[in-house]
Ligand binder design. Structure first.
Ligand code: PBG
Length: 322
């Protein structure tokens, strides 16, 4: 059926018909809001490269999380900025660490909010790497022990879900086993299964004060040139017991999201990372694009590519609109 018999524009003629034929939808149900938590009281420290995002002390974090919840956002993911850092990132698995305290506060003060924690060492290590450094290299298996301790400590504090973002080999299985061993079989595991070594994490590293102090993360995070490897990474994590698999970043990797969606049945998350957020904000501030439209278009594209849920710094703003 060709023109003039078939006219695609008939299905775009007005808002009602466009709503009826729309294939993908965006809802607050899709959002996970990343939040940064720091020591102190009454702290709401602006992150310059991420307008509208802050480092919150725990009292302020509770207010922000309650607001997100009231807007309908079901979940938050927490990142900690500890009082001090050391070689082994001990702040990450300290039962009285910043994240552990934050989880306990959220569980007491915000009703029925799903609390996810990022499980990684880079915010807690003095060298800023996501693992144990030995002779200038990141030691995989020694790191696993610490990640497992961190995940168990988060669970003990009351986290509902843990999300390892370190990209060490075997960490999903290792963490799952450690959780189960101490009776935390109910804790959900969302794996940063496919995480690329990306320039788009720049603003996050300002926010979390976590840039690597030497070298880069290319020996553990993935090469942006690789797509087949993404399938292998995801398959491994599923085999090791991941409940949800994630692709990160989102927008430059929509092809990867689509191929994981087609290949696996597991719920699929996408991390719309700090640099993706900052680019839209910066261009909008300059008046070069319509920030709100660009936000919604980006978010729907991530859903269209196959994501079930989106970790995004736009969560609050988008929830207000939806
Ligand atoms: C920790 C971690 C990072 C991000 C999430 N968890 C930084 C990194 O790997 O360097 C980045 C998130 C973002 O840019 O929004 N490993």
């Amino acid at each position: 059926m060709y023109f003039p018999v078939y006219r695609p524009r008939r299905l775009r003629a007005d808002a009602n018909i466009r709503r009826m034929v729309r294939e993908t939808s965006l809802s607050v149900d899709d959002f996970i809001a990343p939040l940064f938590v720091c020591p102190g009281r009454g702290v709401r420290h602006k992150i310059s490269s991420m307008p509208g995002n802050y480092q919150f002390s725990i009292d302020e974090l509770v207010l922000e999380a309650a607001e997100l919840k009231s807007l309908g956002v079901p979940a938050v993911i927490l990142f900690g900025i500890p009082e001090s850092k050391d070689e082994l990132g001990t702040g990450a698995y300290d039962d009285n660490g910043i994240i552990q305290q934050a989880i306990r506060a959220l569980k007491v003060e915000v009703n029925d909010l799903l609390v996810i924690t990022d499980v990684c060492l880079c915010e807690y290590t003095s060298h800023g790497h996501c693992g144990v450094v030995e002779d200038g290299r990141i030691d995989n298996d020694k790191t696993l022990e610490l990640l497992a301790k961190e995940a168990v400590s988060h669970a003990r504090a009351g986290a509902d879900m843990v999300a390892p973002s370190d990209m060490m080999d075997g960490r999903v299985g290792f963490i799952r086993e450690a959780l189960d061993e101490v009776g935390f079989d109910r804790i959900t595991l969302m794996s940063y299964a496919v995480k690329y070594a990306s320039a788009f994490y720049g603003p996050f590293r300002e926010a979390a004060e976590s840039p690597p102090q030497f070298g880069d993360r290319k020996s553990y995070q993935m090469d942006p040139a690789n797509a087949r490897e993404a399938l292998r990474e995801a398959a491994l994590d599923i085999e090791e017991g991941a409940d949800i698999i994630m692709v990160k970043p989102a927008l430059p990797y929509l092809d990867i999201l689509r191929s994981l969606r087609d290949e696996f049945d597991h719920p699929l998350a996408a991390y719309n990372v700090s640099g993706e957020f900052a680019m839209i904000k910066a261009a909008a501030q300059k008046g070069w694009i319509d920030g709100e439209q660009a936000m919604l278009e980006s978010l729907i594209s991530i859903k269209r590519a196959g994501a079930d849920m989106i970790l995004t710094y736009f969560a609050k703003e988008a929830a207000r609109i939806l």
